[in-house]
Design a protein around this ligand. Structure first.
Ligand SMILES: Cc1cc2nc3c(=O)[nH]c(=O)nc-3n(C[C@H](O)[C@H](O)[C@H](O)COP(=O)(O)O)c2cc1C
Length: 254
């Protein structure tokens, strides 16, 4: 295994950080790496906000489904799908005049543009994760930043054509965090297909999560699937995320 592959295989989410600052030079290396990530049409459809203000970090703890480690992370980066910069630039470049003169279609960013901008932002985020890892700095994604859209919009002054797609917490891992067992992944045959999608059947499902079945489940829950349905798929945070994202898409497309 080469050094890059080893780094990737040894990465795990880090939620417990040493009380040690990350040097400005290392922060710059992480952001620079993110800025070198691939970007659709070379348009850089994303922005990054470094959350320095402890007061804002404290607010994020609550608005992102009560996750206290956000407040303790020495570096917190918000990755934003961003079409606003282009829309403002188009205006600066007097696109309206061109439309009037040349029968060019007039459009505003829609669902496809949002998806593409999210791809950009997430690819930049993961590049930052790997860059940090190479510096001995651990990280953890906070998907719950997609909840409470209206609150986050106000908190960060986010204009119409932006969407906060992910938040990343960074810090030097504590000894305990480094000793935590690695999380399991699915067997590759259930994820990696060739040429066509393979819809799984009963025989596959018998084995899909056989290493994750718990000894006891609460209440009437009988198996891992039922457990996950309650714990994740119908959980309050999932319901809130759906409400929040629906409203964000509605505003973006209006
Ligand atoms: C899109 C996304 C959102 C996530 N959101 C959270 C989160 O809100 N809180 C958290 O503690 N971990 C979060 N994680 C981390 C996952 O829980 C973690 O990657 C997964 O359990 C596998 O563990 P590992 O990264 O240590 O291998 C998120 C990961 C991804 C990719």
């Amino acid at each position: 295994m080469n050094g890059t592959l080893e780094l990737i295989s040894k990465r795990r989410s880090i939620r417990s950080y040493q009380k040690r600052d990350i040097a400005e030079t290392d922060k710059t290396k992480i952001i620079n790496a993110a800025m070198r990530s691939p970007t659709a049409g070379n348009m850089m459809l994303h922005s990054i906000i470094e959350v320095e203000d402890q007061n804002i970090k404290d607010k994020l703890v609550k608005s992102c489904d009560n996750q206290p480690f956000i407040a303790r992370a020495p570096l917190v980066l918000l990755f934003i799908a961003d079409y606003q910069r282009w829309m403002d630039y188009f205006e600066f470049c007097e696109i309206d005049k061109m439309i009037e003169n040349d029968e060019v279609i007039k459009r505003t960013p829609q669902e496809g543009d949002l998806m593409l901008a999210c791809c950009d932002a997430l690819i930049a985020a993961q590049t930052a994760v790997i860059a940090a890892e190479s510096l001995g700095i651990g990280s953890c994604y906070i998907g719950d930043i997609m909840e409470n859209y209206e609150f986050h919009q106000e908190l960060f002054d986010l204009p119409k054509y932006t969407f906060p797609i992910t938040l990343l917490c960074f810090g030097y891992p504590t000894e305990k965090a480094l000793n935590r067992k690695y999380t399991a992944r699915l067997k590759q045959e259930y994820v990696h297909y060739k040429n066509k999608y393979r819809k799984l059947g009963n025989t596959d499902f018998k084995h899909l999560y056989d290493d994750r079945e718990l000894k006891n489940y609460a209440g009437n829950v009988k198996n891992f699937g039922q457990h996950m349905y309650l714990k994740k798929f119908t959980a309050d945070f999932t319901v809130e995320m759906t409400r929040s994202v629906k409203n964000a898409i509605k505003q973006w497309c209006a």
